[in-house]
Design a protein around this ligand. Structure first.
Ligand code: ATP
Ligand code: MG
Length: 195
């Protein structure tokens, strides 16, 4: 008898740093789609963010671990441990190899979804995972680029926080308490990130 297919949510991101918007999205999608598991996947080298210096992958990975209660969310190193730029299609292949048989649900915010057709191997990507788009304040959710059967949209409680805003606030000496988990605030301070 085969094992039951697990339903696994995947939230990929730079997480530089992880903030409450990411956590609310993960929590809400897991609940709404009755997922068995939800895995955060910090990117290695993000190919879309070459315009600025991204914080070291290990720092972003540790902050993601600190932000997520291990009993509730998983954190995967697949993108950090693969060399070269991160492409979502590779993320999904690696996760399938580790978790087969599983149905993967790849979660993106409204702002990220629009770019999907430009990602590497978009057709394969849609075979490897069902896409889930979550609402995000200030961004229109335009599902147009995707066939309706490939996408579920989930309205989540609006959290108007971005990693960019968190980095800018730290650089200006402003607090980020309650925008990111306390343990992450502490890590950023201790390691002098974003100064
Ligand atoms: P940056 O400002 O550096 O781009 P970010 O806040 O957008 O950071 P990412 O790591 O780029 O965070 O996002 C990872 C994923 O989470 C993306 O799909 C993004 O759309 C989604 N996301 C991030 N913040 C929110 C939020 N506040 N509400 C809903 N989705 C979000
Ligand atoms: Mg972003």
């Amino acid at each position: 008898m085969g094992r039951a297919r697990r339903r696994i949510g995947v939230l990929g991101g730079t997480f530089d740093p992880i903030h409450l918007g990411h956590l609310v999205a993960a929590c809400e999608v897991r609940h709404r789609l009755a997922l068995d598991e939800l895995i955060f996947v910090p990117t290695g080298e993000p190919w879309q963010k070459q315009d600025r210096q991204v914080t070291a992958a290990e720092d972003r990975y540790i902050m993601t671990l600190l932000a997520t209660d291990r009993s509730t969310f998983g954190v995967s190193r697949v993108d950090i441990d693969r060399t070269g730029p991160t492409f979502t299609v590779d993320t999904l292949r690696d996760l399938h190899a580790q978790h087969d048989p599983a149905d993967l649900f790849f979660i993106t915010g409204a702002d990220t979804l629009a770019g999907l057709p430009t990602w590497r191997e978009p057709d394969v990507l849609l075979e490897l995972a069902h896409m889930v788009a979550v609402t995000r304040p200030g961004h229109e959710l335009d599902a147009a680029p995707l066939p309706p059967s490939a996408l579920t949209t989930v309205e989540i409680p609006g959290v108007d926080i971005s990693s960019t805003i968190c980095r800018e606030r730290v650089a200006r000496g402003e607090p980020i308490d309650y925008l990111v988990p306390a343990a992450v605030v502490e890590y950023i301070g201790k390691h002098q990130l974003y100064r």
